[in-house]
Design a protein around this ligand. Structure first.
Ligand code: ADP
Length: 334
């Protein structure tokens, strides 16, 4: 598992519950989504109604699950958490929907990965708070309509564009979650350090924030690794130097690139003069699968402006040469 991977691993799941902000005021950053959501929830509360369905789009680890829990907390409602891939059959969804209580929040992570029949059932449930439960098979099958209590669906997806328009249109509000600025991540790190009872200097938090790829989940994970290092190699206090040394040991560099990212970039620069080079050739050069390079390493390199995908192949940007301390003509310079 990558230290800078975005999906939650076992350890993340174990500590994340303790690190999640409990209300909108505690939730760092995402000003726009926070402000909009605040209005949606306040208006619903003032009307004494259930909040509109909410769609949250954004990369893993940016706080979609956390926000869904905050929505439930702010509405004083219970929450049920499930995911698209966990719902194989429409019947699975019917079972969940029919057991919801009035006002309950249903969080559906990776909603774009739900099966087609379940998705169609969800349309009706969202719009009319009703599902048709099919009883029996073949020509004798009958649809029994079932009334549902009003509930709030919070759907999460990596990109809103992945959803079929009929589903997307049934959400009253869509919040787009952005990657976090370093200063925001620094606040996330400070907050988590306080909750984990770790002493950290401002510059230590900044060092971790700068290597966290705009993602709170990664920031929290790096903080835990740096804490280990500070306890074993120093007096437990996280200074800038300790954070930098620790993350160098874990091979997460100053910009948040890990060993794989650097291998891809180094091959592109040193073996192919900065490109253009085809994806397959590049993958062979680093001894990785094509998919690994394309799906695991490239998205962040592209986002960082270090690598570009062109019709003729992958090319390195001037920033890539600079980041690895290489010059185009001399090859290795540092
Ligand atoms: P997602 O559902 O988008 O994958 P999560 O809600 O599970 O992300 O968040 C991952 C971790 O990051 C959690 O531990 C959470 O505490 C932390 N986190 C996310 N967003 C914020 C934020 N805005 N402020 C503080 N911590 C956050």
């Amino acid at each position: 598992d990558r230290l800078v991977g975005t999906d939650a691993d076992g350890e993340d799941r174990a500590v994340e519950a303790a690190l999640r902000p409990k209300d909108l005021g505690e939730f760092v950053g995402q000003e726009r989504v926070r402000e909009q959501l605040d209005l949606v929830l306040k208006a619903a509360r003032a009307r004494g109604a259930t909040a509109d369905h909410v769609l949250l789009s954004g990369a893993p680890g940016l706080g979609k699950t956390t926000l869904s829990m905050i929505i439930a907390a702010e509405m004083g409602a219970p929450i049920r958490i499930t995911s698209g891939p966990a719902i194989q059959h429409a019947g699975d969804l019917a079972a969940i929907l029919s057991s919801l209580t009035e006002g309950e929040v249903l969080f559906l992570d990776e909603i774009h990965r739900m099966s087609r029949p379940a998705e169609e059932m969800l349309y009706m449930a969202m719009e009319d708070f009703r599902v048709d439960v099919i009883v029996g098979k073949g020509p004798g099958a009958t649809a029994i309509p079932l009334e549902l209590p009003p509930f709030t669906l919070v759907g999460a997806t990596t990109r809103a564009g992945l959803l079929p328009p009929p589903l997307r249109d049934r959400f009253g509000f869509t919040g787009h979650m952005e990657f976090y600025a370093p200063a925001e991540l620094q606040r996330v790190v400070h907050r988590s350090a306080r909750l984990l009872d770790v002493e950290i200097a401002d510059q230590g938090a900044a060092e971790i924030a700068g290597r966290s790829r705009g993602t709170p989940r990664i920031a929290n994970r790096l903080l835990r690794r740096v804490r280990d290092y500070a306890q074993v190699k120093a007096d437990g206090v996280i200074t800038r130097e300790i954070a930098a040394q620790a993350l160098d040991v874990y091979e997460v560099d100053a910009r948040g690139l890990d060993r794989l990212d650097r291998a891809v970039l180094t091959a592109l620069l040193k073996l192919f003069g900065g490109g253009p080079v085809g994806l397959s050739t590049l993958a062979v050069a680093v001894g990785e699968e094509r998919e690994t390079v394309e799906e695991v390493a490239e998205p962040f390199l592209v986002r960082e402006g270090l690598l570009a995908r062109t019709p003729r192949g992958r090319i390195a940007t001037p920033a890539a040469w600079e980041h690895l301390g290489l010059t185009r003509d001399a090859g290795a310079a540092g």
